[in-house]
Design a protein around this ligand. Structure first.
Ligand code: SAH
Ligand code: SF4
Length: 375
């Protein structure tokens, strides 16, 4: 079998692992046990090589090595910001690259995962939306981002004390791409990530951010069951149509009606509404008042995100006083600490900046290739 035809174990659920075992000739009565062993090695211990699978017989290890793959995708670069934020550029195949960001805080460590290469939605303030190439990531590619982060943070059971605190305590699907446009793969990946016997990150600590794909919102709650964040950014359809063009298809009223019906919604499980602060576009006190009015009746948190500029971006971030005045209105309406501190700006790892490094990288590779060709 050539290596491209090998089945990659990362991304397989229990059902698929069982099928694989049967195909490889594991006797029926052993399948259940083998599945649990493989699950443990792949998702709990982060194995990258079949030699590490010491609870399996030598023969089975050899069969697996011949037919399957466990290697990580290529990490093209890892950057560490002065504030401790880490960013990885990961290449799954030539030209198929995404960025993943880890943001350490005093009380938590948040991993920001991508769901697509690029994004089809073209929000006018977002760098990812300007990237032409778009493709859905597979479940393997989504999960691999977490595995790579755990490798880098040395967060595997055999590398840390049993009592050591987890470094990745939260996951946000807020990297590149629209997760609800890649529903099946995102669902599969998040169900594996939240499985108790593997990566075991609680669904309450996983947040999926959407620009408002209304028809998938209910399913997201029912079938995946993670926390929801909505990229709202505008308080009237006129403004939101310009910022988030998907609003023309699913306007604010429909979006909020879907939010109200989100399965599992309660005061303990609120929806986060993200609102990027754009100077003279959506940052007036009238906007702030409209925002709290729109959200009344929905168990909500509000996250004001200072706009992170990127080369050629058509907007500016609101002045700090404007953000404070806006936050004050939001605060008075009962929403606590609503402003999100930008992190990792020095390595272009902040919200909406993802893509540039890979593009730069590609540009520099093109230059290198051109130079090599010229020599
Ligand atoms: N596609 C999904 C998830 C990825 S974007 C979505 O849009 O929700 C994650 C968050 O970053 C979104 O709220 C997005 O609107 C915000 N964002 C995008 N570009 C930004 C920028 N330049 N500055 C600040 N936030 C930005
Ligand atoms: Fe896509 Fe989200 Fe960026 Fe909009 S904000 S272009 S939906 S990644």
């Amino acid at each position: 079998m050539d290596s491209t035809a090998k089945t990659h174990l990362v991304g397989l659920d229990r059902h698929e692992l069982a099928e694989l075992c049967r195909t490889l000739g594991v006797p029926d009565r052993q399948v259940k046990m083998r599945v649990e062993q493989l699950w443990n090695w792949v998702y709990l211990r982060g194995a990258t090589d079949f030699d590490q699978l010491t609870t399996l017989s030598k023969d089975l290890r050899a069969t697996l090595a011949e037919n399957c793959d466990l290697a990580r995708p290529e990490v093209v670069t890892q950057q560490i910001s002065v504030d401790g934020t880490r960013k990885w550029l990961i290449r799954f195949a030539p030209g198929i690259e995404v960025e993943t960001v880890f943001i350490p805080d005093e009380d938590r460590g948040t991993l920001c995962i991508s769901s697509q290469v690029g994004c089809t939605l073209n929000c006018t303030f977002c760098h990812t939306g300007t990237q032409k190439l778009v493709r859905n990531l597979t479940a393997r590619e989504i999960i691999s981002q977490m595995l790579i982060a755990k490798d880098s943070l040395e967060e595997w059971p055999h590398l840390t004390d049993r009592d050591a605190a987890r470094k990745i305590t939260n996951i946000v699907m807020m990297g590149m791409g629209e997760p609800l446009y890649n529903f099946d793969n995102v669902k599969k990946a998040l169900l594996i990530i939240s499985d108790n016997e593997g990566l075991s990150l609680s669904k309450r600590r996983i947040t999926l951010s959407t620009s408002g794909v209304v028809p998938e919102i209910e399913r997201c709650g029912r079938e995946i069951g993670v926390m929801l964040a909505i990229s709202l950014h505008g308080t009237t359809d006129d403004i939101r149509d310009k910022l988030v063009p998907l609003n023309k298809k699913y306007p604010i009223k429909e979006l909020l009606a879907a939010c109200k019906k989100y399965p599992g919604l309660s005061n303990a499980r609120r929806i986060t509404f993200e609102y990027v602060m754009l100077k003279d576009v959506n940052d007036s006190l009238a906007d702030a008042k409209r925002l709290v009015k729109l959200l009344s009746g929905i168990p909500a948190k509000i996250n004001l995100i200072p706009f992170n500029p990127w080369p050629g971006s058509p907007y500016e971030c609101s002045d700090w006083e404007t953000i404070e005045a806006f936050a004050e209105v939001v605060n008075r309406a009962g929403y606590a600490s609503p402003v999100r501190t930008p992190r990792g700006r020095d390595i272009m790892a902040a919200c909406g900046q993802l893509k540039s490094e890979s593009e730069k990288q590609r540009a520099s590779e093109r230059r290198k290739a051109a130079n090599a060709a010229a020599e």
